[in-house]
Design a protein. Structure first.
Length: 86
């Protein structure tokens, strides 16, 4: 079975920025921030309206990242909603 390497054009992580969680490159906006909105029922256009500096491509990449790292992002969203985000 062949493995596929995951890489993301718009997503990065940096120690000391949002507790090292994945963020959109060039911003402090976490993938979990975007996914929190989407999971609450926002659509891609709604997210772009909420964060006008984001592109639709960045939001779609957050969706792709979420599909690859669902447990990690679900935990971060839950912590953020509960107010216990690190």
């Amino acid at each position: 079975m062949q493995t596929v390497e995951q890489s993301y054009r718009y997503i990065t992580a940096a120690a000391g920025v949002r507790s090292g969680r994945p963020i959109l490159a060039g911003t402090r906006l976490g993938v979990h921030d975007v996914m929190g909105l989407l999971l609450k029922g926002a659509d891609v256009n709604g997210v772009v309206q909420s964060f006008p500096n984001l592109t639709r491509a960045q939001v779609y990449e957050c969706l792709a990242y979420y599909e690859d790292h669902k447990a990690e992002i679900d935990l971060a969203v839950a912590e953020q909603m509960a107010g216990t985000e690190a």
